[in-house]
Design a protein around this ligand. Structure first.
Ligand code: NAP
Ligand code: 12T
Length: 341
């Protein structure tokens, strides 16, 4: 039997919330790694991280970091992606980028493997593949079988998003506020514009000219790009809630043709990446406390929208750091090495 080929992998942003999960996912899925190069800011140089029981020193991310690298997984923020991803591609690496920097670039594929794996072929144009926004990823995993069967006309979405989506500092901010509240101390905030403990913030990312937030418009534009259908109507309200891990979404779908709740349940019971959790009489429905560390997107509360002719309601929950970021990126890399490299 021939030895399986192994690949040199770089992780840019390795010390972050997503970067740490990248290392876990590469190990859990036994990705065929030869060298693993861990990159972060100057602040982290000398720090050591553990991969499969082995300590690896973190190096500074520079334009010269990518010689000999086959696959570069980026999660160091959009400005670092804009600065360093083209250099990584020029050095011969294929970049899988977690930031919003390149998602809407027409020359760069935006991929969720369960939905539009075929788009990965476009990576040759720029050497970069974009990972969608976390809220979009878990939603399109649940919607794909429905779209294929009856066509989606319009989506009305409300999200309930965890603080881990913002990064390690936001996780600490929520924790500190909870501790301060319990101890009777005043709560401080720095990462979010208001207190997040015991609150819901109807703002994720910055406000745009049209009154929506950037997070809301990512859901609109990325959903259309991934489904390759500019006619799908999408409107979203994205809300930060005091949850550490796991995004929840209420999704109202208007379909082109009629589909019953029972038919949706049957479709989703066999859909890739989906776990159907829909036995309300037994108190079983998707909850964030059950999603941490899991690869599947949970879907439940499936109901027909009785206010329109062709409508379905879903409740969709997933670990935002895994399917919403690190897992989706590693799945893209798996398709890349299996079919293209
Ligand atoms: P985080 O916990 O704050 O980690 C940020 C990472 O970026 C750290 O490794 C940090 O290194 C590194 N970094 C920051 N400035 C740098 C610089 N000048 N040079 C090199 N490295 C630098 O954030 P996170 O939650 O892991 O998110 C990281 C990025 O991933 C986000 O900004 C976003 O672009 C992307 N993301 C995408 C999704 C999605 O929806 N798909 C979800 C979450 C995050 P140090 O430790 O050395 O500072
Ligand atoms: N502001 O990669 O704060 O577009 O939860 C992901 C998560 C941006 C992104 C968040 C954000 C992104 C968040």
């Amino acid at each position: 039997m021939s030895e399986q080929r192994r690949y040199n992998v770089a992780v840019a942003g390795a010390t972050g919330a997503v970067g740490g999960a990248m290392l876990d996912v590469l190990a859990r899925r036994d990705f065929p790694v030869a060298e693993l190069r861990l990159l972060a800011s100057e602040r982290s140089v000398g720090k050591k991280l553990v991969f499969k029981g082995e300590e690896i020193a973190v190096q500074q991310l520079t334009r010269d970091s990518f010689a000999g690298i086959d696959v570069a997984l980026f999660s160091a923020g959009a400005s670092r992606s804009l600065e360093f991803a083209p250099a990584a591609a020029a050095a011969g690496a294929v970049v899988v980028d977690n930031s919003s920097a390149f998602r809407m670039d027409p020359e760069i594929p935006l991929v969720v493997p369960e939905v539009n794996s075929h788009a990965i072929a476009q990576y040759t144009k720029r050497g970069i593949i974009a990972n969608p926004n976390c809220s979009t990823i878990q939603m399109v995993v649940a919607l794909k079988p429905i779209h294929d069967r009856v066509g989606i006309k319009r989506l009305v979405i409300s999200t309930y998003q965890a603080v881990s989506g913002t990064g390690a500092k936001a996780i600490m901010e929520l924790r500190q506020q909870v501790e301060d509240y319990v101890a009777g101390r005043p709560m401080q905030h720095a990462v979010y514009p208001h207190q997040i403990a015991f609150n819901c913030l109807p703002q994720i990312d910055v406000f745009l000219e049209n009154g929506y937030t950037k997070e809301e418009m990512k859901m609109v534009n990325e959903t259309r790009k991934i489904f390759e259908d500019q006619t799908i109507g999408v409107t979203a309200t994205t809300v930060r809630v005091p949850v550490f891990y796991g995004h929840s979404e209420a999704v109202n779908i208007e379909t082109r043709k009629k589909i019953t709740a029972a038919e949706v349940r049957a479709l989703l019971a066999n859909a890739p990446g989906v776990e159907l959790v829909d036995e309300p009489a037994k108190g079983r429905y998707p909850m964030v406390i059950d999603c941490e560390g899991r690869f599947e997107t949970m879907v439940g509360r499936i109901r027909e929208d009785e206010s329109i002719a062709n409508g379905i309601n879903l409740w969709v929950v997933s670990d935002n750091i895994l399917k919403g970021a690190a897992l989706n990126a590693v799945q893209i890399a798996e398709v890349l090495i299996r079919e293209y490299l």
